[in-house]
Design a protein around this ligand. Structure first.
Ligand SMILES: [Zn+2]
Ligand SMILES: [Zn+2]
Ligand SMILES: [Zn+2]
Length: 256
């Protein structure tokens, strides 16, 4: 059974258009230049997996017709990746129970601290809090009949996770990828990789650095995500090698 991936958002933390910006990308009529904050939705034979819960999760779920979430993989706890966590309440109703949330142990501790009311049994219920089961992971783990491989990376000083399932890997906010993690990305069919803009950035790969990762791990196909308003879809794509393209919201990727 194939793995079907929908990219629910492909924009940097500010989103595109950026508030109060009149640049050519923010005012572009091309819908591929309109970018919600990043997330991916994976449909597997055993169920559906959401990677990250961005602020627009409700809108993304409505736009792309999401009807179930069986598990969540968190890359890290920056607001653009978790601030839609509360929208999981509807998926609790649809699932009829708690939803497991997987991530690095520090990310799980951070979720517990920052969303403390969710995990406080004395908090009043009544639909006001999602039902989540935090699952810290250190290495490969089984999920819905698949094996998920966390890919450790650095996002500035912060340790983040990318994730690999079969020949698909997703790695957004990242500025350094150690050799051991590159080994985990060998033989990929599709890689979704963060590439924020052309200019260097302190905590993200820019286009040139992301292309260097692609040249090293050589996936059959790569899509760049977490894009700022400095990257126009059409003109940037023309400069990229044929096996690499910018992603856009709603892009569907089929993997074997
Ligand atoms: Zn981000
Ligand atoms: Zn702009
Ligand atoms: Zn981040």
């Amino acid at each position: 059974m194939p793995l079907r991936v929908t990219l629910l958002g492909t924009g940097t933390s500010h989103g595109v258009p950026t508030i109060a910006c009149d640049c050519p990308v923010c005012t572009s009529p091309d819908p591929r230049n309109r970018r919600h904050r990043t997330a991916a939705y994976l449909e597997l034979p055993g169920g559906a997996v959401l990677i990250d819960t961005p602020p627009e999760l409700r809108l993304q779920a409505l736009t792309f017709g999401l009807r179930r979430v069986d598990a969540v993989l968190l890359t890290h706890t920056h607001a653009d990746h978790i601030a839609g966590l509360d929208d999981l309440r509807r998926f609790n109703e649809l699932a009829g129970g708690s939803i497991p949330v997987y991530g690095h142990r520090e990310a799980m501790a951070d979720i517990r601290a920052r969303w403390h009311y969710i995990f406080d049994p004395t908090t009043q219920g009544g639909g006001g809090k999602p039902d989540l089961t935090l699952c810290p992971v250190e290495g490969p783990f089984p999920l819905l009949g698949e094996t998920v491989i966390p890919i450790p990376a650095r996002h500035g000083r912060l340790l983040v996770y990318g994730y690999r399932i079969r020949g698909f890997a997703y790695l957004t906010d990242c500025s350094e990828l150690p050799p051991s993690s590159r080994e985990l990305l060998r033989g990929l069919e599709v890689l979704v990789l963060g590439a924020i803009r052309r200019r260097p950035h302190e905590t993200h790969f820019n286009l040139e650095q992301a292309l260097a990762v692609v040249a090293d791990v050589r996936p059959l196909q790569t899509f760049f995500t977490h894009l700022t308003h400095e990257l126009d879809y059409e003109t940037t794509n023309r400069e990229l090698p044929p096996e690499v393209a910018l992603a856009y919201d709603g892009l569907v990727i089929n993997c074997s």
